[in-house]
Ligand binder design. Structure first.
Ligand SMILES: [Mn+2]
Length: 390
């Protein structure tokens, strides 16, 4: 039996004013092809179906087409809401969808949705936990001290009778971390994910992965970089597309979970190929626009020009070759190295003479002569910046 795990579709998302709707249609079609090729029987979508609580008509149409095709293919589909989804809107039509094998859980109401499928004389149980906040859970367990998301999820799971002799799979949309590790953030999640990703900031939203010990596989959503958390069977599927410039190096994949006849679980990661990739081009304008260097001109492009002088209408010129250019900046002697430099360390390690001659070299592209250096050293001494020994 094969399951596919998706998360963070964010249908309707745009990237610097470019609508990604065609890219999303393309990737959902690719996902349908993978479902066929891999003979997937069950699909779990771990939240953030839409990018906005009120999705555009087009976004709704695309998702509608996607689930219709899943129903036609008779793929049992399990969907939970994420923090970007509206419970009510995502829940619309859910009773009818059930008749077609599409199960949606958008709101925690004191009990997890559970669905059991017979496999090889055993049960595969799928539990759905939609995105929850501590305050929502508290309402259902007034006697419990629930002051964090971690405690909230533990209380929910402790109150579910889970048969450990069967195969148990959970879908959840939360911020889950390993013992001493934080998940790798993609960059497009949202402000709240970014804030809690900084170590030593009160991590009220963070959930320890050990609370999922009773589950054979945990299909997570919320973080956009595909990754395992703590162990192989607790995973973020990641978003199917790169949703920010910071995800340029973050290649996307989908986990396929196979349960064999001995009830062992195996995970395969299938690479996704976007319609248009996001790429970072670095170089002089002349090199970048050289015919031999131009590839996949429809990709989303972030350009860093290394030309020394700013070029008028640079982004307009680049867009004639790469129409989907998202952003342009410069890296040259004027802007310096864009990597972060620990200035305090540099100044500690170098003498005044070295620092000033580096600076002169950077500004004028040549060495300072002895007379000039003498004038600066005398001035520095008079100003009390240096002493005889420096
Ligand atoms: Mn998301």
């Amino acid at each position: 039996m094969k399951l596919m795990h998706l998360g963070d579709l964010h249908i309707g998302k745009s990237l610097n004013d470019y609508s990604l709707i065609d890219d999303q249609k393309y990737i959902l079609n690719q996902i349908l092809s993978i479902i066929d090729e891999q003979a997937v029987e069950i699909l779990i979508i771990a939240g953030d179906i839409y990018d906005k609580a009120i999705p555009s008509e087009e976004a709704v149409r695309i998702f509608n087409d996607f689930i219709c095709q899943l129903a036609v293919k008779k793929i049992k589909t399990f969907i939970i809401s994420g923090n970007h989804d509206s419970d009510e809107r995502l829940n619309f039509g859910s009773s009818l969808f059930k008749l077609s094998g599409i199960y949606i859980s958008t709101k925690y109401e004191g009990k997890l949705f559970k669905y059991s499928i017979e496999h090889n004389n055993n049960n595969v149980n799928i539990y759905l936990l939609p995105f929850v906040k501590a305050s929502t859970v508290k309402h259902y367990f007034p006697d419990e001290q629930i002051d964090s998301y971690d405690k909230a999820v533990r209380v929910i799971l402790q109150n579910e009778p889970i048969n450990k002799n069967e195969i148990n799979i959970l879908a959840a949309h939360q911020f889950v971390a390993g013992k001493n590790e934080q998940p790798v953030i993609g960059g497009s999640e949202n402000a709240s994910v970014k804030n809690i990703a900084i170590p030593n900031v009160g991590n009220v939203e963070k959930i320890g992965y050990d609370c999922f010990d009773d589950f054979d596989y945990v299909a997570l959503g919320h973080i956009h970089s595909p990754q395992k958390i703590g162990k192989d069977t607790i995973r973020y599927a990641g978003s199917p597309l790169k949703y920010s410039i910071s995800e340029i190096e973050n290649n996307k994949s989908i986990p396929i979970i196979s349960i064999d006849d001995n009830n062992t679980i195996d995970i395969d990661l299938i690479k996704l190929q976007p319609l248009r990739d996001i790429r970072h081009l670095i170089g002089k304008m002349e090199q970048l626009l050289n015919k031999n260097h131009i590839t996949n001109p429809d990709d989303y492009i972030y350009v860093t020009l290394t030309d020394e002088n700013p070029i008028e209408n640079a982004i307009t010129i680049i867009r004639q070759y790469y129409p989907n250019t998202l952003k342009l900046d410069y890296k040259n002697l004027h802007t310096g190295n864009t990597e972060l430099i620990d200035l305090a360390k540099v100044t500690r390690e170098k003498s005044f003479e070295e620092l000033i001659s580096d600076f002169y070299n950077m500004m004028f592209g040549c060495e300072m002569n002895e007379d000039e250096m003498k004038i600066l050293l005398d001035t520095a001494k008079e100003a009390g910046i240096t002493d005889e020994t420096n």
